[in-house]
Each structure stands twice: as structure tokens, then as C-alpha cells.
Design a protein around this ligand. Structure first.
Ligand code: ATP
Length: 254
């Protein structure tokens, strides 16, 4: 069974407004199997965030359906979807989205707290993840007391703590220095390999994309082309850069 399946997705903003409509996704189809690690690249405005928002249930498509592990998330009520998301979907935001009133440890445990999990297992799991990402020493600090890189590592721990079968990551390294980027991407790669977690990563960065096994290039709300990792990482990065150049050249043909 596919972990994520979306069929005939259309996302139109400003529906009903005669002159201000934008078609962000156009009859979009995608299917992700268990253990796939896929990156999505494309120019600004090509529909990457719209796609992630629709696939993760943060936004409704204008038409079409999204299935996560066989369940149609578009038919769920708000409460049903919130509960479903906590157990099935991990999401890493570009802006971290940590709560300032909670410590780093509490932020990370939040999805487990909301699922009413047992305290000892929450503490153990949170400690294990923080240790792996090198932020155990800041567990009692608040988000505003730590660096952006440490906040993003905490956001990664929070997205992973419920061990969901799919992780959506929207530019998770967009605000990070290269050391923190490497830590976050390496951890996602390891999670993918070790736990067979399906990952969909949106990024502008060819290096970040090279951690995936396949890159989909988006343009005007549809997939234009895709590149597979076949040989070395360096070869993959070169292939990604070539395709980005072709996409940009297309712009000048219009
Ligand atoms: N809330 C909104 N209301 C109206 N139009 C929107 C809204 N969100 C996105 N759009 C439009 O939909 C299209 C796709 O936007 P989207 O944010 O998905 O692109 P993106 O590829 O993620 O861009 P970026 O790389 O700049 O983040 C763009 O034309 C954008 O202007």
C-alpha cells in the first residue's frame, strides 16, 4: 500500500474571485511508497508549499483526494484530522513553529503529550532524540534562549517523536548554517534508512536535495521532470544542477 497517494489534485487560490485566481496545482498526481526519500525542487511560486500543505492536510485541495496510508484525509473533520495527523504525519516547518511558553523538551514531547502517552516513555524517547541531534544540554531552555540551528533540531525531534510513517519537510535547512544543515539532513537520511520512513523534502538547495533518492522538479504546479540518484552523490548533484538550469532557461523561452 502507498504511504501517500494524491490523485487529480487541483489547488486554486482566490476561487470565486474573477480576476485574482491562481492555479497553484493542476491535476497533480503523486504516489509515495514506504521508505521513499523524495525531494521537490522548483522556482519560487511553482507550487511546492501548496503541495506539502495539501498532502499533509494543513490545507484542502480545491478538487482531488489525498490518501495517507489508505485513509482519505479530505473526508475527515478538523478533530479527526488533528488526531490522525499526530499519529501518521510528521511535519518540519521552515520557521520551526516551536511554542515559546514551553521548554525545548516539552516542545519535543508535545505530540506524545497530546496522544496521552506514558511519561517515562516520553522522557526516554525525547532524551534519545535530543542526544542524537546534540541538543540534550538545552532541554530545559526555552526556544528564545537557543540558536536557530538548535531550534530547528528541536523541531526535527518533535516531528519524529511519534515515529510516523511519513515526514514532510518544508525547507528545513533554509535558515541554517552548513553545520546545522548537515546534522538535520544526516538525521533525516538515517531515519529514512533505519526506520524505512517515507520523506518528502521541499528545498531550494541542491546539496540538501542530494540526500534524497529522487528529485521531482515542479513548474507551474505540475511535475516537469525527475532525476534519480544512481551513481555517486556528486554525480547526482551535477544532474540536479543541470535540470535546474534547464527549468530556468524555460522561463526565458516564454
Ligand atoms: N494564500 C494564497 N493566496 C493566494 N495565492 C497564493 C497563496 N499561497 C500561494 N499562492 C500562489 O500560489 C502559487 C504557488 O505558491 P507556493 O507558495 O505553493 O509556491 P512555492 O513553490 O512554495 O514558492 P516559494 O519557493 O517561493 O516558497 C504562487 O503563484 C503563489 O503566489
Amino acid at each position: 500500500m502507498s504511504i501517500v497517494k494524491a490523485m487529480n489534485i487541483k489547488k486554486v487560490y482566490g476561487e470565486g474571485e474573477k480576476f485574482a485566481q491562481t492555479v497553484a496545482l493542476d491535476q497533480f498526481n503523486i504516489e509515495l511508497e514506504q521508505g521513499e526519500f523524495i525531494a521537490i525542487m522548483g522556482p519560487s511560486g511553482s507550487g511546492k508549499s501548496s503541495l506539502l500543505n495539501v498532502l499533509s492536510g494543513f490545507d484542502q485541495p480545491s478538487s482531488g483526494e489525498v490518501f495517507i496510508q489508505g485513509s482519505n484525509i479530505n473526508g475527515m473533520t478538523g478533530d479527526e484530522l488533528a488526531i490522525f495527523r499526530r499519529s501518521h504525519i510528521g511535519y518540519i516547518f521552515q520557521e520551526f513553529n516551536l511554542l515559546d511558553s514551553l521548554t525545548i523538551q516539552q516542545n519535543i514531547m508535545l505530540p506524545m503529550i497530546l496522544n496521552r502517552e506514558e511519561q517515562t516513555s516520553m522522557n526516554e524517547k525525547a532524551d534519545e532524540l535530543m542526544e542524537r541531534l546534540g541538543i540534550l544540554s538545552i532541554k530545559y531552555k526555552y526556544p528564545y534562549q537557543v540558536s536557530g540551528g538548535q531550534q530547528q533540531r528541536a523541531a526535527v525531534c518533535r516531528a519524529l517523536i511519534n515515529e510516523t510513517s511519513v515526514i514532510f519537510a518544508d525547507e528545513p535547512t533554509g535558515n541554517l548554517d552548513s553545520k546545522s544543515s548537515k546534522a538535520v539532513l544526516g538525521f533525516l537520511e538515517e531515519t529514512n534508512k533505519k526506520h524505512n520512513t517515507t520523506i518528502l523534502l521541499v528545498t531550494h538547495d541542491p546539496i540538501a536535495a542530494s540526500y534524497s533518492d529522487k528529485v521531482l522538479f515542479l513548474k507551474d504546479g505540475t511535475i516537469r521532470t525527475q532525476v534519480y540518484k544512481k551513481e555517486s552523490k556528486d554525480h547526482f548533484i551535477k544532474h540536479i544542477l543541470d535540470n535546474l538550469a534547464v527549468l530556468e532557461e524555460d522561463d526565458y523561452d516564454i
